[in-house]
Write a protein that binds this ligand. Sequence first.
Ligand code: ZN
Length: 409
Amino acid sequence: MTVIQKKKQTGDSQIAHLTPEDVEMLGIELDAIRQSVIDTRGASDAAYIRKVIKTQRSLELGSRAVLLFSIFPPAWLVGTAGLSVAKILDNMEIGHNILHGQWDWMRDPKIHSTTWEWDHATPAEQWKVSHNELHHNFTNVVGKDNDLGYGIMRVDEDQPWQPFYIIQPVWNFLNALFFEYGIAAYDLELRGALASKKTKDPEFRKQAKKVVNKIRRQMTKDYVVHPILSGPSALHTLAANFTANIVRNVWAHSVIMCGHFPEGVETFERKSIEGETHGEWYLRQMLGSANISGSPLMHLMSGNLSHQIEHHLFPDLPSNRYKEIAPKVEALFEKYGLSYCARPLPQQVYSAWHKVVRLSLPNGWLEATTRKNLPSQLGKLYKMVTGTPRERRLIQASLTREVRRLKAA
Ligand SMILES: [Zn+2]
């Protein structure tokens, strides 16, 4: 049974009304949307990506030049802001999308998924495997999709609660600050290698060496070469580069969280998705993604991942075309009775963080807590964190009963 079929059996599924024929028809209609873009890809799209790359390169160069004088506060501010934007463009609208092969049809060896490298701790080659093959195929499948909770977070009520989940908001915040290193670690499958003591494995060592070399190159550029070139502004330039990296990391982490983590976005069980049809694959992408509504600037800065739903349906279409097909995709959601999750950035970020906090607590704790009963609820939480598994089970059962009673009232 595929994950979609299983979901349909559960009572409150939003796809219970769809027949297998509906799902296959949906797939055919989505294929037609995809084909309409492929048939019209051409010179204006190529001009678009070349313009974005040129703008990014000029912005980075200009900002680094301004930072040569970063000892002066206005130069520091302008240079840091410019470099932050340049790094965001490099990773989001340029790197992520080129590495998906969105521009391979141009047959330009300089703008090609096989040759592109980006301003990021993880080498492009490793990221392509974990992102294009794992994340995009196993979207929101718990335990399979590294982007979902990065294997260390509780992302669904059905995952049993454990005391260490209580710190997941802190962990998520740290992950946001140093996101590129987090990604490098997932791409390398560092956690699994440490757990299974495979760090001496020659293949692991080979890949780890590539990551270390990439990080060294990135660090040399941002924390050695450019500061030295800045002479008396060296320390200020170093601080500016550090700040720009943090800004880029937090931005990328926020956009990615908005794409798959807000309330209402579905997750799927870790089980075989063997037998999933083409239509069911599309349906899982639709249920597992969310968009950020906003201005053209928002779309550009998010690398068009503001159109995460369209991106997940068609990861290899040029990013500048997502906004044109978005109304057609949304019309299909409506036609098939599905909810198209799109909200402005602050709302999506809030929703995603709310879910991180809610799931860091035992099921029902947040719902059953009021200002009045807060002390006793905190007492229960303390017992759940410090108690035995049996005590945890008992308190969990009482929380579940409490929530059921509240819902019935
Ligand atoms: Zn992607």
